[in-house]
Design a protein around this ligand. Sequence first.
Ligand code: SF4
Length: 473
Amino acid sequence: MLAELKGLNEECGVFGIWGHEQAAQLTYYALQSLQHRGQEGAGIVASNGREITSHKGEGLVTEVFSQNQLDQLTGHGAVGHVRYTTAGGGGYENVQPLLFRSQTGSLALAHNGNLVNANALKHQLERQGSILQTTSDTEVLAHLIKRSGYENVKERVKNALTMLKGAYAFVIMTETELMVALDPNGLRPLSLGQIGDGYVVASETCAFDIIGAEYIRSVEPGELLIIDDEGIRSERFTYATNRSICTMEYVYFSRPDSDIDGINIHSARKRLGKQLAAEFPIEGDVVTGVPDSSISAAIGYAEAANIPYEMGLIKNRYIGRTFIQPSQELREQGVKMKLSPVRGVVEGKRVIMVDDSIVRGTTSRRIVNMLKDAGATEVHVMISSPPIKNPCFYGIDTSTHEELIASKNSVEEIRQIIGADSLSFLSVDGMVTAIGRPDTSENKGHCLACFTGKYPTEIYPDTLHPYEKELTH
Ligand code: SF4
């Protein structure tokens, strides 16, 4: 499904590199491959070992950077970021990496995720005299690092990280080193790779492929990597960890050519589709997937059900960012511009339409209508994940209970609202089994909170949307 239409948005992608003379240029290419994780702002900070330069702006990576600007970002280290605007709102000052300069040196920060205790920490910092420059919660870490009493930067970073709660994949750079940290639950994906004698880290492994880097391994929950001219060291800022990777990364967010913990996303989605066919066998003439993220699951369903897979919906790739607007009204208007049914494929057919998730239901309703207007005799909607009943506090903009259609409607009620002939959601166990992580822990290494309501961290009252707060009173 198209992220900007669904109302389910990833907030960010991060990238870091140390030990390559073309660091900023490679970061630029890597950010382009992470562009699906955020289209509203992009930035690169580079270091030549003595001084730091930066450039960032609102818009797509290609809009923010010219070759001239990249040429000025010299050095063998760089940090990059692409951003989707939700936590802390938009505006230039919130575009990352955030860069803080002081007498003791510079600190560049790029963050993917969301801190659940950011407001509590901001209040505490302001009481202690800190002046926050942005509304983003990422800046909290910079102040905690600066305020920590330890002598060396590494110990200050470790100390500061232990105060954070929630989801964070951080890439931090000073003039002389890159530091990489993943939260104790490992909620967001973060991988380590190698390029020549240098090292790279990225939210997704597709960023490695585009620059010719070799994947080494995932960064581990609670791990702090320190990368400098001497090489790479792995340390821990906590041992109290419990891997809970965002399941929606497998289902929907990550690119099909990325791997998370050795599991390829396209293959995982195909297995989700096969599992869906096993749980809900149904008669149909043609299987189609909603582009782009549902196509792998649709192929899996078609293979398992022995029904032909066809391109029943196509995406207009040349609709610009103008239509990516935060307002729901504009999102809905955008559906018609971005997706078109293929009449020759669906006319007179019983269509099995596979989609990865339903958030508000408005987009599904429009797509079902679109297929019926194009002549489909029946539209059976198959969702390759369970109903999303709970909001996410870890960096995914899933809105509130109030806006989530599955939090207040049964499957049958949703079917009626979207106008489908049938509607089926994959079971939680089926989804976890199909993804196939090898973890032996109770949660099999997954965060499943938006489906089950069991959050892997505590949730602070001031993290909640005003509507959610009312519910808890
Ligand atoms: S609540 Fe859902 S969207 Fe959020 S991190 Fe967990 S699995 Fe991902």
